[in-house]
Design a protein around this ligand. Structure first.
Ligand SMILES: [Zn+2]
Length: 181
């Protein structure tokens, strides 16, 4: 027997299926949660890195300067606070990641690595499922009294905490009992 591999007939090579790129992993469309959302177009394995949160990296001062005239919700919708120095403004050179909505029972998580932010799957996500992560927007000392209303959560899960803010409730002032109705 000959030891040399047989060449495939040319006709078979021609009939090989053309290389089709995989369909996109996610698509953006109207969301029942809020505005536009990001949905799985294919099955996504738990732990998979789905998308990077892209945008211009700016200082907090620059982000404040850009958006101080917008209302607070707009302000945070396309801004991702990376750390004390850096904010990603997805309003500039952003991608689909900026449309991923918040949920109090999310199927994704935001992961920060070397000042880059990624959205990873927490579990298997089936085609058609909306991607969500917990925004965990930090409370700040100069928040207005109606901050919880501004950042009200309507994610609809059973254990919705009612706000995108974290921690869920403002700490009671020291030396004073929280007033009860
Ligand atoms: Zn919620």
């Amino acid at each position: 027997m000959s030891g040399s591999p047989r060449r495939k007939p040319v006709s078979l090579q021609r009939s090989a299926p053309p290389q089709t790129p995989l369909p996109p992993l996610v698509i953006v469309r109207d969301s029942p949660l809020h505005g536009l959302g990001v949905f799985a177009a294919r099955r996504i394995a738990g732990g998979a890195r789905i998308i990077e949160y892209l945008g211009e990296h700016v200082s907090h001062e620059e982000a404040d300067r850009r958006y101080r005239h917008k209302d607070a919700l707009d302000n945070h919708t396309f801004l991702f606070i990376v750390d004390a120095r850096t904010v990603i403004d997805a309003g500039v050179d952003g991608n689909e990641a900026r449309f991923v909505n918040h949920s109090c029972a999310p199927n994704c998580v935001s992961v920060t690595e070397n000042r880059r932010v990624f959205i990873d799957a927490l579990r298997t996500i089936e085609p058609g499922e909306e991607l969500t992560y917990d925004y965990l927007i930090q409370r700040e000392s100069d928040d207005p009294p109606d901050i919880d209303a501004i950042f009200a959560c309507r994610c609809g899960v059973e254990r919705c905490r009612g706000t995108l803010l974290w921690p869920p409730r403002r700490a009671a002032p020291r030396g004073r009992r929280a007033r009860r109705r």
